[in-house]
Write a protein that binds this ligand. Structure first.
Ligand SMILES: *Cc1c(COP(=O)(O)O)cnc(C)c1O
Length: 339
């Protein structure tokens, strides 16, 4: 039986070509700044995004938490979506690492608007926490891979500048967003003060994320990363996978998006599916007719070789990625008809 793992785009394994690049990497001690491959990856990414500098880190949680720690002082406030990864899936890190307060907004499919944010930027009054950061997520995971409208991002960026509040992007899946909105990468990146990107999601690297910003910001980030236990030594073996991913695995992302749409169409034909969060990128969120039967259906899918994840009450999530070929998708659609 052909098995398809749709739980996440993090389940991918390095391809033979990626492994070759890793095996042949030149390495050194990166805490001394002497790993040539880490340095190459950081420079490559900084140039790609038109930012001054970049820092290679262990995970997207680490890059987000480092950024928050630099932007926000204890008692300060972060404005973000109530379902955002920085708040919901980082173990309470905003409170634990930075002692900061959060203002959680509802938004639409994980996305915020400038007018909604503006209402919650606190005036200078001793009663209120000081708003010190706005954080956006693009694509928005809990929004089912929803992509921001770029003009909204520009409005938010302008608002942040006017109010002198830094703007952070959790761009774990930013290349999926860019494949859809078609915006020039540097123009897009210029809207943000700091950007976190994941190499280990749809890009297929085994480990690693990058934080991007000004030279001064990345200088500070290097210190915070060390404090958080994230200073790695011969990390070039991992950075080589990240470089390979950035060079070879970005252009193919619309294939994953196409696959997610094919799956959506097939699932919507099943009588146990109520609806979906309309697919925009590589994430398909399904809403079941009977909320209480979620785990029964997840098990039926697993038994048919289709691994999916639960995504809250009555919801299932599937994510397409580079280890799922056309064959996996067609086979899954075939299996669905017999479920
Ligand atoms: C996966 C993810 C991250 C980072 O997760 P790590 O597992 O720590 O690398 C951050 N934000 C979003 C939206 C994500 O999906």
């Amino acid at each position: 039986m052909i098995k398809s793992d749709f739980r996440s785009d993090t389940v991918t394994k390095p391809s033979k070509e990626m492994l070759d690049a890793m095996f042949h990497a030149s390495v050194g001690d990166d805490v001394y700044g002497e790993d040539p491959t880490v340095n190459e990856l950081q420079e490559f990414a900084a140039n790609l995004f038109g930012k001054e500098a970049a820092l290679f880190c262990a995970s997207g949680t680490q890059t987000n938490q480092i950024a928050i720690n630099i932007h926000v002082k204890p008692g300060g406030e972060v404005i973000c979506h109530e379902d955002s990864h920085v708040y919901k899936y980082e173990g309470g890190g905003i409170a634990k690492n930075s002692g900061a307060s959060v203002r959680l907004l509802q938004g639409n499919r994980g996305r915020l608007t400038a007018s909604e944010i503006e209402k919650w930027i606190m005036p200078d009054d001793v009663h209120f926490p000081v708003t010190q950061l706005i954080s956006l997520e693009d694509t928005a995971n809990r929004g089912g891979g929803a992509v921001y409208d770029f003009t909204e991002i520009q409005k938010i960026s302008q608002l942040a500048k006017n109010k002198q509040i830094p703007l952070h992007l959790d761009g774990a899946r930013v290349f999926n967003a860019l494949a859809v909105n078609g915006v020039d990468l540097k123009t897009y990146a210029a809207q943000f003060d700091s950007i976190s990107i994941c190499l280990s999601k749809g890009l297929g690297a085994p480990v690693g994320s990058l934080l991007l910003g000004t030279k001064e910001f990345i200088h500070q980030a290097r210190r915070v990363r060390k404090v958080m236990g994230g200073g790695m030594r011969q990390a070039g073996f991992l950075a080589a996978a990240g470089l390979f991913a950035l060079k070879h695995n970005v252009a193919r992302l619309d294939q994953d998006h196409r696959h997610a749409k094919q799956l959506e169409a097939a699932f919507l034909k099943c009588d146990w599916i109520e609806s979906s969060l309309s697919v925009e990128t590589n994430i398909l969120v399904l809403i079941l007719k009977e909320e209480s039967k979620r785990d029964v259906y997840i098990q039926k899918l697993v038994d048919a070789g289709i691994k999916v994840s639960s995504f809250g009450p009555g919801m299932i999530r599937l994510v397409t990625h580079l280890d799922l070929s056309e064959e996996h998708i067609l086979k899954t659609i075939e299996q669905l008809k017999q479920l």
